[in-house]
Design a protein around this ligand. Sequence first.
Ligand code: 5AD
Ligand code: SF4
Length: 436
Amino acid sequence: MNRSPKTYRVKSFGCQMNVYDGERMAELLTSQGLEATDAEDADLVVLNTCHIREKAAEKVYSEVGRLRREDGTRPLVAVAGCVAQAEGAEIHRRTKDVDIVVGPQAYHRLPELVAKAAQGKRALDTDMPAASKFEVLPGRARQVRPSAFLTVQEGCDKFCTYCVVPYTRGAEVSRPWNAIVDEAKALVDAGAREITLLGQNVNAWEHDGRYLHDLIEALAAMPDLARIRYTTSHPNDMRDGLIAAHRDVDKLMPFLHLPVQSGSDRILKAMNRSHSTESYLRILDRARAVRPDIAISGDYIVGFPGETDEDFEATLDIVWKIGHAQAFSFKYSPRPGTPAATMPDQIAPDVMDERLKRLQALIVEQQTAFNKATVGTRTTALLERPGRHPGQLIGKSPWLQSIVVDEGAIGDLIEVDIAAAGPNSLTGVVTRKQAA
Ligand code: 5AD
Ligand code: SF4
């Protein structure tokens, strides 16, 4: 039997790094002569999965189940990403409906795995090879979206006690300077006007004595690149140079996603975060001193084992002190194999629900206030996608707010007056069709 696929579809879940990996897999498959399709009847479907929170594996099995067609046939199915890494051969044991299991550090080998699967054999690759996938992946696509992702760093050595990433993505690795600069050039040549540098600990990026701010400065020298962002940062890697870049590099957007996770020092210790609430707040002071309008985003976990009412109140308290432009919050989810999963005093689900509700209400309040404060100001927007109504476009402000406008084209960097604001988006009136 030979089921060599002609068309493919990649579906990514979870973080931006997965979105990036999904794009690279798509480019690889295209370079092999396969054709991308959004249609349900693709010959090959790649599920690029996320393992960070609850029921990750269960969700994958139900996604796989849904790929069966009415006539009983199904496409070739590959499970990629962090669930593939964490579950490995268990996926093949649990279901006959998955042909390929491929981890986040091995997906450059997809063509061989697909060829094997096309012959009716099951294929598995969850290696973390010493040679990086980036060295063999084909060049970037010739056309990309105006806002592009570029992975510069992967993996994590920090071992927060709740987190699976050090196990699924492996140790911290920084890509070399030249590879990143070349990829940035290719992205800009292909139409990118904004690049977001990605890494699990992006500000830990280091190569030959150069740091993330050196890279940002180098990219800022590219004339057709208008905006630079980076995410996600760790408080312990927040070097002075990066803070200074927020003052010195115009193209670096005034936005900092810097998770603190909890406002309780006792919980931070149990999480093995190796920073305190105080040291976190001092970083924000430094950033705001050089860039007073910098927008602060973050991540929070409620219901970490042992979290008392008092600990949770401390989290609300630090959110008050920070004043977020936006933030993400999650219920703690025990991840198999992580130290926190077996800690005593796991928190009851109803307590977590209640805490999450209160925290999210506060965050929405802050987000709305942040958005409302921009009404009546003039700013820029990079138009990224069509809006809900005909003729509408959605762009992003420097502070990562969505702005809805009525004119322009995707890829334009426009100047707008902010006319109205809600919790999730702004309405803008275009004042100049080319701001840069
Ligand atoms: N449970 C809940 N949230 C988690 N995160 C990471 N691991 C877990 C977990 N086990 C959250 C953290 C991290 C974000 C990407 O996901 O807040 O910053
Ligand atoms: Fe999910 Fe984390 Fe893996 Fe990203 S790195 S895919 S968020 S588990």
